[in-house]
Write a protein that binds this ligand. Structure first.
Ligand code: COA
Length: 310
């Protein structure tokens, strides 16, 4: 048994921030950001927009039918930037979306691996159920120190959602965790200390990702008994175009197999993969029956890879 992605949708905040905007208050340049990360612009939410709202907007864009609403048994929301600690964003979605109350609704945090982790959870949950919403939603701009050029130019806001249902085809996963509490870090609520900004040791993260992803890809392909050449679309978390290029080279696969939208999205963490899938679907890039590999990685350190037929 496996799962099938039935529908995709996204919501991107209206405000688009080009690299040139950072040049006005940071010691940086459009050229440095483009060359070192692949990012040219990104979306930042307005003061009023929070993670719950953009998650809801993304879900509304799915255009759920009455039949689908009745069949949704779970909501999995991946986020490390929830606007409130409790209740969960997942719980807040039930009534506005008109979903039935016999619903398992949960938020979880697995950094940028969150969306693929959500598919993993959905696959386990749906064994005896029908459909689930799997989301990644982040308003990272609100935990950025805009005067830290090593993080401000990289992260971005957005929400992506998929409606998944169970099917007969297998889905293959590879996952891992390696305790690292300093290389990507966002302080939580501490007595008398306001919420602090995200900090990142970019070089260490780069090293972790470029060593871990090729190994995870190999293990996942072995589980499915197929070769890299058989996979039509490899969609890596959009963290840095140079990481993706490295993975392609290590795997000996053409870069054209690797989807990229980081140039216009930046790094939206858990939202990056469902946003990427929605872009691919809207551009008619994925065809039924094609093998698709999703690779999430990030804070923790953590990684989750999924391989399945579209
Ligand atoms: N503009 C201009 N210069 C910058 C800069 C910016 N926005 N950010 C950093 N620099 C400078 C550094 O201060 C450093 O200067 P120095 O040599 O005088 O000390 C120089 O550029 C090189 O910094 P370094 O950190 O070695 O750059 P890098 O090539 O590793 O690129 C990242 C930095 C963050 C782009 C890169 O490490 C990266 O993408 N890492 C992975 C991050 C990631 O994937 N995070 C999300 C995981 S989910």
């Amino acid at each position: 048994m496996g799962i099938r992605i039935r529908k995709t949708a996204k919501y991107l905040p209206k405000r688009i921030v080009p690299n040139s905007e950072f040049e006005t208050f940071l010691d940086t340049s459009d050229q440095w950001i483009s060359e070192r990360t692949g990012i040219k612009k990104r979306h930042f939410s307005s003061k009023e927009e929070d993670t719950s709202q953009i998650a809801l907007m993304a879900c509304e864009a799915l255009g759920l039918t009455e039949e689908e609403k009745e069949k949704i048994d779970a909501i999995f929301v991946a986020t490390f930037t929830p606007d409130i600690v409790a209740p969960s964003i997942a719980a807040s979605l039930q009534a506005p979306l008109g979903l039935q109350e016999e619903l398992f609704a949960i938020d979880f945090n697995m950094g940028c691996s969150g969306y693929v982790a959500g598919l993993h959870l959905a696959e386990a949950f749906l064994k005896n159920k029908r459909m689930a919403l799997v989301l990644g939603a982040e308003v990272i701009s609100k935990v950025l120190d805009m005067h830290d050029r090593t993080t401000a130019v990289i992260f971005a806001d957005g929400a992506g959602v998929t409606l998944v249902e169970k099917n007969e085809d297998a889905i293959y996963f590879d996952e891992g965790t390696r305790s690292n509490l300093k290389d990507i870090y966002v302080p939580g609520i501490q007595v008398d200390v306001p919420l602090g900004a995200l900090s990142m040791q970019g070089k260490n993260v780069f090293r972790f990702a470029s060593r871990t992803l090729p190994d995870s890809m190999e293990r996942t392909l072995a589980k499915a008994g197929i070769r890299g050449e058989d996979v039509s679309h490899i969609v890596c978390h959009q963290a840095n175009s140079r990481i993706i290029e490295h993975v392609a080279k290590k795997a000996g696969l053409p870069i054209s197999r690797f989807f990229m939208n980081i140039d216009r999205m930046g790094n939206t963490s858990s939202a990056s993969l469902p946003i990427a899938l929605d872009d691919m679907v809207k551009n008619n890039q994925i065809k039924p029956g094609q093998w698709v590999m999703l690779m999430g990685f990030g804070a923790g350190f953590s990684w989750v890879t999924a391989l399945f037929k579209w």
